[in-house]
Design a protein around this ligand. Structure first.
Ligand code: A3P
Length: 311
């Protein structure tokens, strides 16, 4: 690890730069260990995101979609695991698959297809992932909404002794690329390019697209993952049931997500705030927007669809 000067971190106190990306110091050892220890299987499905892109939502969607043969995806089905477990418990981060203590339950024991998620940039995925035929779903989100979401989140979960971050501070660090698993721009571009080169292995999705046409995107996801909805399922309304089960309204109002915590001590409710696209309009100044638009234009212009939507 090149321990370059630590910047003031947004959650854990410090971020360290490792091969061009910023990692929370408290996670860097786990990341390096997972690169060594995580053994991908060809049938694995990996959700890759930057923090605050809607990871929790897509974890729920993927779990409901892929496990629908075992668990009938209906908000009225009280046996469904999503009604009593936070999505982060059902779909663990592969960064937690390491050899140290605090290891999550051994993921090798999960029934295939195994579902994992990661915040790692493409370049830092474990070699076993790159060598396998496993599928990657990449979810990204308008950076303007990510900044607002991150600002709320960090102030909520930071230790009280660390005080709060101002929106200006979060904005400035993010803009400069200094955010957990950032620079955001490089993270997005890495997966975008890979999705162009191997559309059968990397599926590139935007939070805003999922909000706008959830049924369409869910069907595309199902096709990509090799489990398309059958005519019978379509007639039974399975697509709508999955979307209702995983909706912000449903998940955020469940007892498990309102009142319980993860094993890390993080409150499950911290992952549910507003759940909308465009909340940045209520927070960012015209000057901030102008600066971000310039960066989006400059760094992400190859992703013309994104650049267009996010301005
Ligand atoms: P906001 O802070 O804008 O509300 P992550 O899961 O990557 O940490 O992202 C958290 C963001 O996703 C939060 O955004 C949160 O409210 C939103 N989110 C959580 N569950 C959601 C759902 N079911 N549908 C839409 N957005 C959701």
């Amino acid at each position: 690890i090149s321990t370059l000067p630590a910047e003031k971190g947004l959650i854990s106190g410090h971020l360290h730069q490792y091969q061009g990306f910023w990692y929370p110091t408290m996670h860097i050892q786990k990341v390096l260990a997972s690169q060594k220890h995580f053994q991908a299987q060809d049938t694995d499905i990996l959700l890759a995101t930057t923090p605050k892109s809607g990871t929790t939502w897509l974890k729920a969607i993927l779990f409901a979609l892929v496990k629908r043969v075992h668990y009938h995806p209906d908000p009225q089905n009280m046996d469904h695991p999503l009604l009593t477990n936070n999505p982060h418990v059902l779909v663990p981060f592969l960064e937690n698959k390491h050899s140290g203590k605090n290891q999550i339950p051994d993921p090798t024991s999960y029934a295939p297809p195994r579902l994992f998620s990661t915040h790692l940039p493409l370049a830092h995925l474990p070699q076993s992932v790159k060598d396998s035929a496993c599928k990657v779903v990449y979810l990204c989100r308008n950076p303007k909404d990510i900044i607002v979401s991150l600002w709320h989140f960090t102030n909520r979960v930071r230790h009280k002794s660390m005080g709060t971050n101002s929106l200006e501070e979060v904005f400035e660090y993010f803009r400069r690329g200094v955010s957990g698993y950032g620079p955001f721009w490089d993270h997005v571009l890495g997966y975008w390019k890979e999705s162009l080169e191997g559309p059968e292995t990397v599926f590139f999705l935007k939070y805003e697209e999922m909000k706008e046409k959830p049924g369409l995107q869910l069907r595309r996801l199902a096709e990509f993952l090799g489990c398309p909805f059958s005519p019978k399922e379509e007639a039974q309304g399975v697509v709508d049931n999955i979307l209702r089960l995983c909706s912000f309204e449903n998940l955020s109002n469940l007892d498990v997500n309102k009142n319980e915590k993860l094993s890390t001590g993080m409150e499950n409710s911290a992952f549910f705030r507003r759940g909308e696209a465009g909340d940045w309009r209520n927070y960012l100044t015209a000057e901030m927007v102008e600066q971000l638009d310039r960066i989006i234009e400059e760094k992400l212009q190859v992703i013309c669809v994104c650049a267009g939507d996010w301005r």
